[in-house]
Design a protein around this ligand. Structure first.
Ligand code: GTP
Length: 170
């Protein structure tokens, strides 16, 4: 933790689950149906104020395509937090979350803060998705699960605020 409360956050998850879309919605409040795949990684910052304390999140959005997997450590090695993203309509993408978590537990900072986002909730009719398994998994790794939609904006501020709040309390 730096004196000016700047924290490094890395987004990890399968290709096309909506990592870039989540960050761009959060930072610039826009959404594109034609968001292009990230190559390697991209970087954005977000400033917020929590209980009067200014916090800066340095957000690294990584490429989800398998061919970039080996670059992961470059981005999570000194990360304070990780947001694991999957597509709530595609259970296969949750397996990738589990894979990243295992890798983080072995390779990342011991006290890294983790949260999980089940994204694209707008594609599922109200409450028709089953998040029980994901929720108990999240609890088992000390993370909270958020249902999000980069398209509608649902859950976005909440997930980043939770991460930032936990980082401040560390
Ligand atoms: P990589 O860069 O390949 O890792 O992909 P990514 O995880 O960053 O996904 P990206 O943000 O590029 O989004 C992939 C596709 O899903 C795009 O066509 C987005 O418009 C779409 N998308 C992202 N989030 C949502 C969402 O919440 N709802 C819907 N309906 N579509 C979304």
């Amino acid at each position: 933790k730096t004196p000016n409360h700047t924290f490094k956050l890395v987004l990890l998850g399968d290709g096309r689950v909506g990592k870039t879309s989540l960050v761009v919605r959060y930072v610039n409040n826009v959404f594109s149906e034609k968001q292009e795949a990230t190559v390697q990684a991209s970087y954005l910052t977000k400033r917020l104020v929590i209980g009067g304390v200014p916090v800066t999140l340095s957000i690294w959005d990584t490429a989800g395509q398998e061919r970039f997997h080996a670059l992961g450590p470059i981005y999570y090695r000194d990360a304070d937090a990780a947001l694991l993203v999957y597509d709530i309509t595609d259970s296969d993408t949750f397996l990738r979350v589990r894979k990243w978590v295992k890798e983080l537990q072995q390779m990342a900072s011991r006290d890294i803060v983790m949260a999980i986002a089940g994204n694209k909730s707008d594609l599922v009719r109200s409450k028709k998705y089953d998040i029980q398994e994901a929720e108990s998994y999240a609890t088992s790794i000390g993370a909270r699960l958020f249902v999000t939609s980069a398209k509608s904006g649902t859950g976005i501020d909440e997930v980043f605020l939770e991460i930032a709040t936990r980082l401040l309390q560390k």
